[in-house]
Design a protein around this ligand. Structure first.
Ligand code: 5AD
Ligand code: SF4
Length: 350
């Protein structure tokens, strides 16, 4: 079958055999990518019409006990100023975001214990008390089931934890031996079981990644059926062991976004910052490939340069208000519209 026929079948069946997924990833042309984007956008429009949801990201601490080989926040990077925002600063970022029309706040930070003993719990409660019509998303890594449950009971709605790669051998090439895939998957299962809208996902073009790995990732996503998928190109960071590795392809990232939209039709799919970092048009191309979420940074300007996961990370220079204005213009230029809404996962057609 030609790639176009495969894409059409994928749109119709919401799945393809692994060998055909691999064929698409390995052999797609720019015409195939255009066609994949078109089909994925049809699916997005069918399930979410022309709505785009915004999430305000608060990067509340860059302190991390982990040492992922790809990430600029890894503990062995001695070249960044480590910081942690206090409760008032975090809540104040969210309140500013609220005034700008945001109704989901993503509290994102490196993995550390500082906020585990009740601090994050009280921050979640405070945000939900002050802004009851908002959703709170957490992205703070691997924790115990009990802690996930405590945060959920305090009002957290969603949790982002990319699996990064579902192949254990590949996982061990991206992380030191004290970080294991098994625990990552345990966390994802706990989160979903507790009732979080859960986000998984992977980097595209991470070192040692093969097309077979990406097919395994797609198969995992199809089976795990997360409510959200975070997916963007790998970008090297100069202060990491992967400093000299190549940047992941944005075309392959776009194709994968389109495939994810067709396999998980209702998924909340952000056009990621990494995509915009490798291509200034990246977010727009993401929306044209089936994405329906954009996550502007609402962290204090002075901390942003210390939260660089990779080189050239976009959004360091734009304040939230200006960025949201730019996003709105871009979104409207392709016929979509930003809605002031929590933007929950839709189990039913809307
Ligand atoms: N390039 C692209 N994405 C990265 N992330 C971390 N480091 C990089 C990098 N160098 C992604 C990981 C992580 C998320 C917070 O950011 O997928 O889960
Ligand atoms: Fe820490 Fe997350 Fe970066 Fe890994 S990816 S080093 S856990 S901040």
């Amino acid at each position: 079958m030609t790639n176009k026929q495969l894409l059409l079948q994928l749109q119709k069946e919401q799945d393809l055999p692994d060998s055909q997924l691999k064929q698409l990833l390995e052999t797609f042309s720019s015409e195939d990518l255009k066609y994949a984007s078109l089909l994925a956008r049809e699916v997005k429009i069918e399930h979410y019409s022309n709505k785009i949801y915004l999430r305000g990201i608060v990067e509340f601490s860059n302190i991390c006990k982990n040492n992922c080989y790809y990430c600029g926040l890894r503990r062995d990077n001695k070249n960044i100023a480590r910081y942690q925002l206090n409760s008032e600063q975090i809540v104040s970022c969210c309140k500013n975001g609220y005034k700008l029309g945001l109704r989901t706040f993503v509290l994102q930070g490196g993995e550390n214990y500082i906020y585990d003993q009740g601090k994050l719990t009280s921050i979640i409660k405070e945000i939900k008390k002050e802004m009851p019509d908002c959703a709170v998303t957490l992205g703070v890594g691997e924790k115990s089931r009990e802690l996930y449950q405590q945060w959920f009971d305090s009002g957290a709605d969603r949790y982002l934890l990319r699996h990064e790669t579902i192949n254990p051998v590949h996982y061990s090439k991206l992380h030191p031996s004290d970080q294991v895939l098994e625990n990552r998957v345990r966390c994802l299962n706990d989160l979903k079981d507790i009732g979080y809208q859960t986000g998984a996902g992977m980097m595209v073009g991470s070192p040692y990644q093969t097309f077979d790995n990406l097919v395994e990732d797609l198969r995992f996503l199809k089976e795990f059926n997360p409510e959200m998928v975070g997916l963007g190109p790998f970008i090297p960071h100069s202060q990491t062991p992967f400093a000299n590795e190549a940047t992941g392809s944005y075309q392959l990232s776009l194709l994968l976004l389109a495939i994810v939209r067709m396999m998980l039709v209702k998924v909340l799919l952000p056009a990621t910052t990494a995509l915009e970092t490798v291509n200034p048009e990246g977010r727009k191309l993401g929306l044209l490939s089936g994405c329906n979420v954009i996550m502007p940074n609402i962290s204090p300007m002075k901390n942003r340069k210390s939260y660089k996961l990779y080189n050239g990370m976009a959004e360091i220079d734009d304040n939230a208000e200006e960025k949201i204005r730019q996003i709105k213009t871009m979104v409207e230029s392709i016929g979509d519209r930003i809605v002031i809404d929590r933007g929950d996962y839709k189990r039913m057609k809307i």
